[in-house]
Write a protein that binds this ligand. Structure first.
Ligand code: PLP
Ligand code: ZN
Length: 407
């Protein structure tokens, strides 16, 4: 089990006030867990383990009590060699990390496995979070498996499939009028007032789950990719992956690190705007409508960490338009058989942009993380009428005239 050596602010380096502090009392930045790496086994030893979940790397995850761990088998999602899509995008060495196949269908299982395990370690009765939908579904599942109560707040109009997932697991789901940032502000007040255990992105134990991307990609690919692209809202996936590569470098496991990319929808791109302005922290924006509902946010709680990671990595932040997102979603399905929700395909749209602009070269390896399953949020116009026929061969022949459309 992983030992936490220090809890400190990554920005002003101050030690955190108290062992369970999530946020620096000086500057408000989410604090960082510095792991004790001295008792981590060798890379070869860990890679030999048969386990296929994030807990294969348990010495690097900040849970000390094995009995507290709640696992639904999260991690080790397929890393697909996406030859057909890669050829189309001009990236012959494109790999798709399909996190739509995590237990509840989104990347959130990586962090909520940690949030609930930590909550059990602390013997809390209840966990809570605001969510654009996926975190709600995920937290509800882990809370159910861990025997904790769960309250989730979602924006009114959240995809029904995600709400259904959370409810069937027994969570108390409350829809709030307003966009995600309003819901998150209310949730923070409630967490403070009612003493709920927070599974928000200002819980550093939760955030450690994002590190699993780094360990897993090295294990599955057998080398460090040149680029890693994540669809982003809080900035946590980029920050966590980058941290994992930093730890692996410290351990002498890797000599170089990937260039990191944070991908957002144009209508909700606080990280990209801050990156373009050369800022070190995110300024809130007012999000507009976008098909990428899961990442429709105006503020990025881990923006400071994410922007620092992008700078250190020689990476970038890319905003893509809705038509690019929908085209990426279609190409990913039509050429690779992977059905992603729109937000999940934002990494593919960003890869396409970066290839077109020449930022990604044709010899470079790229891991694009696809973060949510397509069945989570169905896009209306994709549900348009299919031919319905009488059960005769003539009618069938008529219906399939012209063959299947070519991707
Ligand atoms: C499908 C999907 N992709 C990406 C993200 C972004 O995750 P993060 O908040 O860690 O940046 C979310 C967040 O809800 C999501 O649901
Ligand atoms: Zn600070």
């Amino acid at each position: 089990m992983g030992l936490v050596k220090a809890v400190r602010c990554p920005r002003c380096e101050a030690p955190a006030a108290g062992d369970n502090a999530g946020v620096c009392s000086h500057c408000g930045t989410v604090v960082d867990l510095v792991m004790d790496l001295t008792s981590v086994p060798s890379l070869a030893e860990i890679r030999r383990r048969a386990e296929r979940s994030i807990w294969k790397w348990r010495e690097l995850l900040p849970i000390q009590e094995p009995a507290a761990i709640v696992s639904l088998g999260e991690g080790y999602t397929p890393l697909i060699e996406a030859r057909r899509l890669g050829e189309r995008l001009g990236i012959p060495r494109l790999y798709v990390k399909n996190d739509g196949l995590l237990p509840t269908g989104s990347l959130k299982d990586r962090v909520n496995a940690l949030a609930v395990s930590r909550g059990r370690e602390m013997k809390v009765p209840l966990v809570a979070t605001p969510s654009t939908g996926n975190a709600a579904a995920s937290l509800a599942a882990y809370a159910a498996a861990g025997g904790l109560a769960c309250i989730v707040l979602v924006p009114e109009g959240t995809a029904p499939a995600k709400v259904a997932q959370a409810r069937i697991c027994g969570a108390r789901v409350v829809a709030v009028r307003g966009a995600f940032d309003t819901v998150a502000a209310l949730a923070r007040q409630a967490i403070e007032r009612f003493g709920w255990y927070s599974a928000l992105s200002d819980n550093p134990w939760r955030n450690a789950g994002h590190k699993s991307y780094g360990y897993e990609v090295l294990d599955q690919l057998g080398e460090v990719p040149d680029w890693m692209i994540h669809p982003e809202a809080s900035g946590g996936a980029v920050a966590g992956t980058w941290k994992a590569f930093g730890e692996m470098q410290e351990l002498g496991w890797v000599r170089r690190k990937p260039r990191m990319v944070a991908a957002q929808a144009e209508a909700a791109a606080p990280l990209v705007r801050a990156w373009e302005k050369g800022l070190t922290d995110v300024e809130p924006v007012t999000p507009g409508p976008t098909v990428a509902e899961a990442i429709k946010v105006g503020q990025s709680r881990l923006g400071w960490q994410c922007l620092a990671a992008l700078r250190d990595a020689g990476g970038t932040a890319v905003a893509v338009a809705d038509d690019e997102i929908l085209e990426a979603q279609r190409l990913l399905a039509a050429l690779e058989g992977v059905f992603a929700e729109p937000a999940g395909a934002v990494s593919i749209a960003a890869a396409r942009r970066l290839s077109q602009s020449g930022a990604i070269g044709p010899k470079e390896s790229v891991v694009a993380v696809v973060t949510g399953h397509g069945l989570k949020q169905l896009v209306e116009h994709r549900l348009s009428e299919i031919p319905t026929i009488e059960p005769t061969l003539e009618a069938l022949e008529q219906a399939i005239k012209g063959g299947a459309p070519c991707p």
